[in-house]
Design a protein around this ligand. Structure first.
Ligand code: CMP
Length: 133
């Protein structure tokens, strides 16, 4: 079933020049890039994007990091895109993520965990609206 999802290459991925390498994984997997945008989140936009985490103790750290530098947002299309992308990015804690996953191969952090991807259709609708507004 073809569906769309969104991923964000976080400021650590951009600063470490990993943009091409990571996007290439999605292209090689067979996804089609529908939209691609580099920008820096405003604090207001970051709070809206991560609204679901607003009561978590790490909310301040999360919004502070995601606004700390440019990010690259992409909307991609392909079979089972939401779940397959979540498998490709790996566990939230990069230091526990499987080798072969994006976080497992490129990161060691938690806040600084390289990439975000929508985890449901509802998140995709919300997050793509905020990122591409
Ligand atoms: P992401 O996929 O962008 O979704 C929410 C983010 O919150 C997550 O990746 C992590 O970067 C971050 N996060 C989750 N748990 C914690 C935590 N305990 N401390 C700091 N950041 C966290």
């Amino acid at each position: 079933m073809s569906e769309n999802t969104l991923f964000i290459l976080k400021p650590d991925a951009v600063a470490r020049n990993l943009v091409g390498e990571i996007i290439s994984r999605f292209e090689k997997k067979g996804f089609k890039i529908l939209k691609l945008k580099m920008f820096t989140f405003t604090l207001e936009q970051a709070k809206k994007f991560y609204d679901i985490h607003k009561d978590k103790p790490f909310f301040g750290e999360l919004t502070s990091f995601i606004t700390s530098g440019p990010v690259v947002a992409a909307i991609i299309e392909g079979n089972n895109a939401i779940a397959t992308t979540r498998i490709m990015i790996g566990a939230t804690k990069s230091f526990e993520a499987d080798s072969g996953s994006i976080r497992g191969d490129f990161g060691l952090g938690l806040s600084e965990n390289i990439i975000h991807a929508s985890d449901s259709q509802e998140s995709f609708d919300h997050e793509s609206r905020v990122a591409f507004e």
